[in-house]
Design a protein around this ligand. Structure first.
Ligand code: URP
Ligand code: ZN
Length: 466
């Protein structure tokens, strides 16, 4: 099967040019100014940008997150994600209770995601139960196509929390075999104290979520994580960075040539903590995520960090937690609100509208932070995240002339709200190809549930090479 995309403006992380893309079956076979070829399917991309499908390296589908044992946002809800232009996710694979890291990964690939997922996916191992056996499992990651592991310094008292001793052992084992360590850096003990103090004083509304999670609790954990990783010499990747204090720690460590890297999320770039002050509990609870939302100056610092290459990816940290159901657990006590918001479907639209169209980042930077770098960091580049001969034909045709507003109804995400509801949208993902097949047409899903495949990742990915 041959497909030809004609007359588009091709955007990559490196350049922009008018050209055609020839696809044979699942792969790109030619990229050139004018391709003349007899094909089965011709797609006219006149007036459209053509860029690589987005790669979201931080999502929580079919996840326990920190909401007890309820399975949230099954993989069938990734139809909305591909409509939003993201063709690959690197999803977190928490250990199933009583189960090792790799068995949990197998179960996720063979059961949880099977026949459901609409996007291609790789997985990060994610520690939720420290058993002696998990440290030895790391050496077998490469055989399973896993290149990374995530640990949480926060959420003390929940299965997610990993103490510094276990963190250190994970860093040591990961370095031996080229596995990238991702860390959720917040000081869990101080957060516990601050949160309990609020509750004791009767300060129980979502407003106190940000009051009790001040920037220094993030910055301290970032500094500690960097220091510990520096002792083992393991590259470190800091998840969802939010504030100036934490960025300063990253900058300082980079200045000493330590291999440290960071990502931020769409919401930390585009939304500030005042949304948590809304007297309507539901409206405020939608934005309860960790770390907490910050100030406008932090958003600006994050954009600058992306521009200058201090941060190298924007992710969604997608958690599909219904507000009218699960988030109600915290109606009378904000500490009980499950953390996380759904944003995977709108990441590209929000970053284009609020980043590229506001002159905060270039179009090349947009592709770099939304697709190319996440593919490199996770060992799936250049198969994913790039337009070149031999890459998977995961392509977005983007209409820059579209003007609208983000509405849940236009692209239902399987959750009872869209965290960006009512936000301005400039430009729209019009058509998406996943491995050569058109799966989104005129901004509607036309693919099949189960079309997404597991993508095997290579260890010693870019954090080891830079
Ligand atoms: O609030 C968040 N981010 N919830 C999901 C778990 C995590 O911390 O990544
Ligand atoms: Zn997360």
């Amino acid at each position: 099967m041959k497909t030809l995309i004609k007359n588009g403006t091709i955007l990559t992380a490196y350049n922009e040019f008018k050209g055609d893309i020839l696809i044979e079956d699942e792969k790109i076979v030619t990229v050139a100014e004018h391709i003349i070829e007899k094909v089965d399917n011709m797609i006219d991309a006149t007036g459209k940008y053509v860029f690589p499908g987005g790669v979201d390296q931080h999502t929580h589908f079919s996840a326990l997150c920190n909401v007890g044992d309820k399975d949230t946002a099954g993989y069938e809800t990734t139809d909305a994600v591909i409509v939003g232009g993201t063709t690959t996710i690197i999803d977190y694979a928490p250990q199933d209770p009583g189960t090792g890291l790799l068995d949990s990964i197998d179960y996720r690939i063979n059961v949880r995601a099977k026949n459901k997922t609409c996007v291609d996916f790789s997985l990060h191992a994610m520690v939720t139960e420290v058993m002696d056996s998990i440290f030895d499992e790391i050496k077998n990651f490469s055989k399973k196509g896993i290149s990374s592991i995530k640990i949480f310094m926060a959420y003390n008292g929940s299965p997610l929390h990993v103490d510094d001793g276990a963190f250190f052992r994970i860093l040591e084992k990961s370095k031996e075999v080229g596995v990238t360590v991702f860390v959720h850096a917040e000081n869990g003990e101080i957060l516990d104290f601050l949160r309990n103090e609020c509750v004791k004083k009767g300060q129980t509304t979502p407003h106190y979520h940000h009051v009790s999670r001040p920037p220094f609790t993030e910055a301290e954990a970032v500094r500690r994580a960097i220091y510990i990783a520096g002792q083992t010499g393991t590259p470190l990747y800091i998840a969802h960075m939010t504030c100036r204090e934490a960025l300063a720690a990253l900058q300082q460590a980079k200045g000493t040539n330590q291999k440290v890297f960071g990502e931020t999320c769409t919401h930390y770039l585009t939304t500030t903590k005042e949304v948590l002050d809304n007297p309507d509990f539901n409206e405020a609870a939608k934005f309860v995520c960790s770390p907490a939302l910050r100030e406008k100056e932090d958003c600006e610092a994050l954009w600058k960090a992306l521009r200058e290459g201090l941060l190298n990816a924007v992710v969604s940290d997608h958690c599909g937690i219904d507000v009218r159901e699960l988030k109600q657990a915290g109606k009378n006590d904000f500490t009980q609100i499950p953390n996380g918001s759904p944003g995977a479907a709108d990441r590209l639209h929000m970053i284009w509208t609020n980043g590229v169209m506001q002159g905060k980042i270039s179009k090349q930077k947009f592709v770099e932070i939304c697709a190319t770098q996440p593919a490199k960091i996770n060992g799936i580049y250049p198969r994913k995240g790039h337009i070149d001969v031999g890459s998977d034909a995961d392509l977005v045709l983007f209409d820059p002339e579209y003007r609208g507003v983000i509405r849940l109804g236009d692209n239902p995400n399987g959750v009872d709200y869209n965290v960006y509801e009512g936000r301005k949208q400039i430009g729209r993902v019009d058509t998406v190809l996943l491995r050569g097949k058109v799966v989104v047409e005129k901004a509607k899903f036309v693919g099949k549930y189960g079309q997404g495949k597991f993508v095997s990742a290579k260890t010693y990915a870019s954090c080891y090479q830079e």
